[in-house]
Design a protein around this ligand. Structure first.
Ligand code: AMP
Ligand code: ZN
Length: 114
């Protein structure tokens, strides 16, 4: 999936404000932040969405969750709380088809979403 936007960010072909990266995971700031902290956590391999996660991704799925926790710690929102969202498919409002978790915080967030 070489023309995928997030794959291009992973390859550093498109600039992004990277918070941290590991062998398998990248965390970078959303270009259109919806909250004072808005970071995206993605796998470095191309997986379209949560719906395409497979048994072979079990370890990666755990790493992504721990990376979300690390984002909260490193952006200073761990104590005040945060929201983690994975938009999936058309009704989920997914617009970039490379699995990503939004990590939002830094202000109280309303619920439910529209
Ligand atoms: P979703 O609508 O859940 O697929 O989320 C895609 C997210 O990617 C949106 O919040 C966008 O603002 C964000 N986004 C799109 N292009 C970029 C980019 N070049 N760098 C960082 N974030 C981006
Ligand atoms: Zn991709």
């Amino acid at each position: 999936m070489s023309d995928c936007l997030f794959c291009r960010i992973i390859r550093k072909e498109i600039p992004a404000k990277i918070l941290f990266e590991t062998e398998h995971v990248l965390a970078f700031h959303d270009i259109q932040p919806q909250a004072p902290v808005h970071v995206l956590v993605i796998p470095k391999i191309h997986v379209e969405s949560l719906a395409q996660l497979e048994e072979s991704h079990r370890a990666l799925a755990g790493e992504l969750l721990l990376a979300i926790q690390r984002v909260a710690r490193e952006t200073g929102i761990e104590a005040t709380g945060y929201r983690t969202v994975a938009n999936t498919g058309a009704h989920g409002g997914q617009s970039v088809f490379h699995l990503h978790f939004h990590v939002l915080g830094g202000r109280p967030l309303s619920w439910p979403p529209g």
